[in-house]
Design a protein around this ligand. Sequence first.
Ligand code: NAP
Length: 369
Amino acid sequence: MTRKVAVLGSTGSIGTQALEIIHANPELELHSLLCNSNLDLLLRQRVQYAPSVTAIASPGGECPDGIITGQEILHKAIDGADMVLNAIVGSAGLQASLICRDRGITLALANKESLVVGGSLLRDHIRCGGIIPVDSEHSTIFRCLNLETHPVRSITLTASGGSARDIPVEKLQTAGVDDILNHPTWDMGARITVDSATMVNKAFEVIEARWLFEGLQIDVVLHPQSIVHSLVRLADGSWKALMGKPDMKIPLQYALQYPNRELGLISDDCPLDWGTLEFSELDGRRYPAFDMVVRAGQDGKSWPAAANAADEVAVAAFLDRRISFGDIAIVIEEVLTGHEALEISDFQTVMRADRDSRIQAERIVRKLC
Ligand SMILES: NC(=O)c1ccc[n+]([C@@H]2O[C@H](COP(=O)([O-])OP(=O)(O)OC[C@H]3O[C@@H](n4cnc5c(N)ncnc54)[C@H](OP(=O)(O)O)[C@@H]3O)[C@@H](O)[C@H]2O)c1
């Protein structure tokens, strides 16, 4: 029997790669496509992959025949699917994850913001095995822990250091958009590329890992080559890792087929291709936002939602060339300083913290412009 997959965020970096995996795999069937506003690409995907449902959140005008939009599109895109790939960017992805939770549908989760802003709301779905991580670090840890019978001491997330890692610290404040979008090892969407440069992405991954692998100590180490995709340390001090040239199709295929063990060959690199592997500590001066966001995650409640909202607004303003690269950390810091935390009891509370923090972040951006 084939598995019907809903691809939410189909026009993005993760979404387009997922469509290639689904197309190449006879056990997978595309159920639906959903994007925000990229109608041209959505229409081409519809012709190429022939899903049952094609949906767009913000069409910016009349919707062509056969494309749906409006309030209920998430439900319509998810109804009838056996698995949902959530590859929407930002906190906009949380609602789709919650629909999967409510319906008991397995979620292949690329949208880390779902766990950053609403981890407590998804805890039961994680505990019953309803979430398969797609982020390469978490996919690695998930695979290393899968069928492991020995006790685990800790997990270590690797970080490439992003495009800012080789820019002199004194020049970081004014680093340009083109320099920052030029990631050394991964080809990704604009927001996550900027978040990799500030290391906010890694802080989000720490929060994500805390929910996915509850109770385990989490460390982060800089690894510029992105060959070791994260590590698990066992009780006897030995280390397990998944290694290879960076390619998101590997975690995508694993998640979309999980728990099927017959994985197709994606990459045929070998250790001789990898060169020297280096590991070092994060330099806090280079990545001032990292500790702030990790701390927001530790403080819980609506702190991480506020950090995410501040970051979304700040990154968009940086990409629009309204603020400088160094200002992103300032916006996050000021939003967190003024934030009055709420207990997260439901989706509405998350959205309230999200909305209030965005308003606050916009004010700070206007002041910095
Ligand atoms: N890219 C990677 O290698 C990578 C690796 C690990 C994790 N992730 C995570 O995966 C997620 C997606 O990343 P990405 O790099 O693929 O981002 P991206 O290239 O910017 O794509 C984002 C996708 O989300 C859609 N979208 C945005 N807002 C939406 C909304 N309100 N409703 C429906 N669809 C919406 C976009 O549609 P439009 O095109 O119409 O705007 C697009 O299809 C992020 O959470 C990211 O952190 C990405």
